[in-house]
Design a protein around this ligand. Structure first.
Ligand SMILES: *Cc1c(COP(=O)(O)O)cnc(C)c1O
Length: 356
């Protein structure tokens, strides 16, 4: 018997979440965004769960080529484009669709010889100010792409900074995008998960859901369940030690939690080296033997402590859920001042993965 921590991945939940998104945007095709190893769920596992996805989107060429070699036929969109002329050649050879977001890549397209033309997503900066050509330059850049023999097709793309924030919304970015795209007659993709839920007017030709596929919420104040999403990842472990502590006794490094009464605590085999957030404070929810309880004191590298005072049956070997099916990852993330996205991506390589 080894250390009892495990991450369970439920492919049926991923498939159901994809269907949920397709039902929201029935006129659009949907890229399943599988960057960062499928948001920590395992790229191959996610792709296998979505045999009928319209397309996949990620960043790493090696992984995209592995998908082609495994027989994936759908469009594969390289979200950050190419980092060298060699990658442009690989895109051509393996039929990978590439985002073009800066002059250097455009010049490679114009000047290199490629075995086959490449499908291009022209990324426009409409206010996120991360990647992309200034939106207003779109007509000029499109004219260059249209003149380029290496270009098989052009789709316009942008990415929203505040689609998850109803106060800020997408209006100014959308207005810039639509003005830039006017009259070009090109297909378009704008929506991440949040925009797919809240702004049907930006579904357009392709939506690009990421976090929603995995059953977490893109919104700070709306639960995944309220969006009709089901958690695909469950991080579970077991109680491996039990202590009785008395008033004035403290728990863990820094002695940040002190008992005011006699209490039973459980030690869980899960720590920050497993990907559990070290900044989760006392009070963060944890499920022990099916009952909700709370984290106590500081999370250490390999262990954390939980309150068993009201869980008299809990003992060594009792099952613990850190997040997942019974405890939304977004709740744990909010307590630790982060987002579900980060926790999913941070599950450590040492945690064994089981597909359920
Ligand atoms: C990551 C990413 C997405 C998916 O975003 P979610 O918020 O996870 O839905 C969509 N588009 C681009 C360009 C991205 O980088």
């Amino acid at each position: 018997m080894s250390r009892p921590i495990q991450v369970l991945i439920n492919p049926a939940a991923i498939a159901g979440n994809y269907q949920r998104i397709k039902a929201l945007a029935p006129q659009s095709r949907a890229y399943a965004v599988v960057k960062a190893n499928g948001y920590g769920h395992g790229l191959e596992r996610v792709v296998t769960a979505l045999p009928d996805a319209d397309g996949f989107a990620l960043l790493e060429f090696g992984r995209a080529i592995a998908l082609r070699e495994a027989g994936v036929r759908q469009p594969i969109l390289m979200l950050e484009g190419v980092f060298s002329p060699d990658e442009l050649l690989l895109a051509s050879q393996h039929d990978l669709t590439v985002a073009v977001h800066e002059e250097r890549a455009l010049v490679w397209l114009e000047t290199r010889s490629l075995p086959k033309p490449v499908h291009i997503y022209l990324k426009l900066n409409t206010g996120m100010n991360r990647l992309g050509f200034v939106a207003e330059t779109a007509p000029a850049v499109v004219a260059r792409l249209r003149a380029c023999a290496n270009v098989a097709s052009i789709t316009l793309m942008t990415h929203f900074a505040t689609a998850d924030d109803p106060e800020r919304g997408i209006a100014s970015q959308l207005a810039r995008f639509d003005a830039a795209a006017e009259g070009l007659g090109l297909p378009m993709t704008l929506a991440n998960s949040a925009a797919t839920f809240d702004y049907p007017e930006v579904h357009r030709d392709w939506v690009r859901p990421g976090v929603a596929l995995y059953g977490a919420s893109p919104f700070a104040h709306r639960s995944a369940a309220s969006l009709g999403l089901v958690a695909a990842m469950t991080l579970k472990s077991e109680i491996i030690g039990v202590q009785t502590i008395h008033p004035g006794d403290s728990v863990g490094y820094g002695a940040t939690f002190s008992a005011t009464e006699t209490m039973r605590i459980g030690i869980v085999a899960c720590g920050y080296a497993d990907g559990y957030p070290r900044h989760a404070p006392t009070g963060t929810p944890v499920i022990v033997a099916g009952e909700r309880t709370r984290l106590l004191g500081r999370v250490s590298m390999d262990m954390l402590a939980v309150d068993l005072s009201h869980l008299s049956q809990a003992q060594i070997g009792s099952p613990v859920e850190l997040w997942g099916k019974s405890l939304p990852i977004d709740e744990v993330a909010a307590m630790a001042d982060t987002i579900g996205y980060e926790l999913m991506c941070a599950v450590a390589a040492r945690v064994p993965v089981k597909t359920i």
